[in-house]
Design a protein around this ligand. Sequence first.
Ligand SMILES: Cc1cc2nc3c(=O)[nH]c(=O)nc-3n(C[C@H](O)[C@H](O)[C@H](O)COP(=O)(O)O)c2cc1C
Length: 191
Amino acid sequence: MNEITNFLKKRRSVTAKSMNAGHVPLDHLNEILDCGLRVPDHGALNPWKLNVIQGDARKRIGAQIFAKQYKLLNPDASNEDLLYEENRLERASIVIAVVCTPVNHPKIPAWEMELSSGAVCSNLLIAAQSLGYAAQWLTEWYSYNEEVLKEFGGDPKTDKIAGFIYIGNKQKEPIERRRPIKNKIINFIDK
Ligand SMILES: Cc1cc2nc3c(=O)[nH]c(=O)nc-3n(C[C@H](O)[C@H](O)[C@H](O)COP(=O)(O)O)c2cc1C
């Protein structure tokens, strides 16, 4: 056991709903981004793009993209619902949108590039949590919306949003959640 495994065994996400928006200093943000990019990546193809949504962009994207798309999908949405969409990204100090951008490769399937994008999300999440931030990996409805994907530089023909990593301040320490029962999941193969 060491500091890293001890942390990994105990780390928890804090829901975007229960975090406070604050400030992430640039050195912390860079640390988080460096960890996010340091992931296994078959063929070193870098099949991902990161969008760091901060400051006024949180409100702009909420109003111009999320609320508008939500209204198109839900014509009967209430003003309260639309306001929620408008303010969605402002739940956090910073939100990192991770887009999987697979390339055509003769040997490496797109699936592996998608897995690598998940690893980017995981590393961003874990790095932010290790620095003491509240952080959560969310997809929600807007990860599956073409206009949202385009806003973040994705091509709907090939690309997908792997997730939005919300990073903010904790109001309180999260409580533990139900964890997998090891022997139901892990099969040791000895012979
Ligand atoms: C790809 C992915 C997408 C997720 N999307 C959502 C979501 O849309 N809404 C939600 O409530 N939780 C979502 N979650 C789960 C949250 O991240 C949740 O906080 C997490 O499972 C808590 O686990 P942890 O404390 O072990 O990090 C998602 C998780 C993953 C891996």
